[in-house]
Design a protein around this ligand. Structure first.
Ligand code: FMN
Length: 214
């Protein structure tokens, strides 16, 4: 049984930056790119990590994945197309992303829909991965149960033998997903919990933004 943990006195104030009207860019992707660059400068590990939330038959579910590309089209990541998240995407294509850059006291929330990317696009990225990661993609039926760690390692060794002396091709069950946003919120921590929140909403072809109360 877990001994109760009391975290009520854990408290930090946020005071490094602000998101004032002058720092808001008209295009949320430009602002995202700026925040991502700043995250790259200040965070040494996994600054491109994001939470992906999905809704499936069993309800909502979240997990971290790595952002691999982003442009005005959306946010791209790669995974197993038979994983739990991929099943969820088929059940409901609406997803949410969340980036949290603690060192910068910033959060970005994205709402949108997810689409599977092309075979060609998936191949392009797969071919850049280290050989070990490629073999793991073949060895793991992501999200399925397995009896033991050693069974998983045996699967990996089998893939090593199968592709011995050859390039490892992309498994047909592995590929990219693009999250096409319809809303993006930028959250900047401020003093005394009086944070800045700016919500961009897609309006036809363009974006409008409003300020939200913290
Ligand atoms: C820092 C970090 C990065 C991760 N990156 C990925 C990723 O890019 N793709 C992926 O499929 N899983 C990634 N994972 C593992 C996922 O969080 C998750 O365990 C896995 O995708 C299975 O999720 P699912 O069962 O909901 O489909 C990452 C986990 C962490 C903590």
């Amino acid at each position: 049984m877990m001994k109760e943990k009391d975290l009520r006195t854990v408290r930090v104030d946020y005071n490094q930056f602000k998101l004032d009207d002058e720092s808001i860019l008209e295009n949320p992707f430009d602002l995202f790119a700026q925040w991502l660059e700043e995250a790259a400068e200040h965070i040494d590990k996994d600054y491109n990590a994001m939470v992906v939330s999905s809704v499936g038959q069993d309800g909502p579910s979240s997990r971290i994945v790595l952002l691999r590309k982003c442009s005005d089209e959306g946010f791209m990541f790669y995974t197993n197309r038979a994983s739990r998240k991929a099943m969820d995407f088929r059940f409901d294509n609406r997803v949410a992303l969340n980036f949290f850059w603690s060192a910068l006291e910033r959060q970005v929330r994205v709402q949108g829909t997810v689409i599977a990317t092309s075979e060609e696009e998936s191949d392009d990225y797969f071919n850049t991965r280290p050989r070990g990661s490629k073999l793991s993609a073949w060895a793991s039926e992501q999200s399925q149960e397995i009896v033991s760690r050693s069974a998983l390692e045996r699967n990996y060794q089998e893939m090593e033998s199968r592709f011995n002396g050859q390039d490892v091709p992309r498994p047909p069950f592995w590929g990219g997903y693009l999250v096409v946003p319809n809303a993006i919120e930028f959250w900047q921590g401020r003093n005394s919990r009086l944070h800045d929140r700016v919500l961009f909403k897609l309006n036809g072809d363009g974006w409008n933004h409003v300020r939200l109360q913290p």
